[in-house]
Design a protein around this ligand. Structure first.
Ligand SMILES: CC(C)(COP(=O)(O)OP(=O)(O)OC[C@H]1O[C@@H](n2cnc3c(N)ncnc32)[C@H](O)[C@@H]1OP(=O)(O)O)[C@@H](O)C(=O)NCCC(=O)NCCS
Length: 230
């Protein structure tokens, strides 16, 4: 799901984009769909490597006239899944189609007991946490997924890895957090005596890779100096 160069097939997609978006249908891909799928991927600058071999793992969104509006794939590697090739034609974006395709495949993953589900992206790391994915170091991705064409050949090493573990609970957990009664904490201004604790909390965020792309751990001295403005 990282980006790839080239756009020679984009005309094929452009020719079909004028169609109506009413009630898009999500269906499995079949052999004759490959040119349309390839065109969607190329137009989105996503890699083709390994995609045709896995055409049977694709789901497609099509309008009432059969024109392709989007696609996504779930490849299987032992007990783990690889979500890739998620894209929606530009005129159809922002209407929940990408979300429907992703959710459809995650429901499939859950039904088939595929856990965890991994993905790589250079462009949409902020899109996938809503489905329960979190950014992880590549080393956390199961070896079998790392050996896939997507991981081993198609994506640059700069692509961000995301992982969804625990099936639908990963997302339910997120939603449930909103439903829980809010526990109230007292707040106060920090003092220099808090510098060690602040550094530990900050470093935990880096180690968990949950809320920051920072990689440099902070010492108590760093935090003290930051608080003093020196
Ligand atoms: C990412 C993509 C599949 C989303 O499809 P979509 O149908 O527009 O998505 P949805 O309608 O389900 O969701 C829209 C929401 O996602 C957000 N979003 C869309 N693309 C995003 C991206 N690249 N990064 C972060 N958020 C993104 C929108 O801002 C919108 O947010 P909101 O709900 O807070 O308003 C589509 O933008 C696309 O094809 N991008 C190019 C290919 C790509 O980057 N694929 C990702 C895998 S590498």
């Amino acid at each position: 799901m990282c980006t790839a160069a080239g756009a020679s097939l984009s005309r094929h997609v452009a020719d079909t984009w004028g169609a109506s978006l009413e009630q898009p249908l999500i269906r499995r891909a079949a052999l004759p769909d490959w040119p349309g799928v390839a065109a969607l991927l190329v137009a989105a600058d996503l890699p083709l490597d390994g995609a045709e071999e896995h055409l049977g793992d694709f789901v497609l969104a099509a309008d009432s006239e059969g024109n392709l509006l989007g696609c996504a794939a779930l490849e299987r590697y032992g007990h783990a899944g690889l979500l890739r090739s998620v894209t929606v034609a530009p005129p159809a974006r922002g209407q929940g189609l990408g979300g429907s395709l992703v959710q459809h495949l995650l429901d499939t993953a859950d039904a088939q007991g595929l856990d965890p589900v991994a993905l790589l992206t250079t462009t949409a790391a902020d899109y996938f946490p809503r489905f329960g994915f979190r950014v992880v170091p590549r080393s956390e991705v199961p070896d079998a997924v790392q050996a896939s064409i997507e991981f081993a050949q198609a994506c640059p090493t700069s692509a961000v890895a995301l992982l969804r573990s625990g099936g639908s609970a990963a997302r339910l957990g997120q939603n449930a957090a909103h439903a829980l009664p809010v526990r109230r904490f007292d707040t106060r201004l920090a003092t220099l005596a808090d510098a060690g604790a602040i550094a530990r909390i900050y470093n935990q965020g880096i180690e968990d890779r949950v809320a920051t792309f920072e990689t440099l751990l902070r010492s108590e001295e760093d935090t003290t100096s930051f608080m003093k403005g020196t």
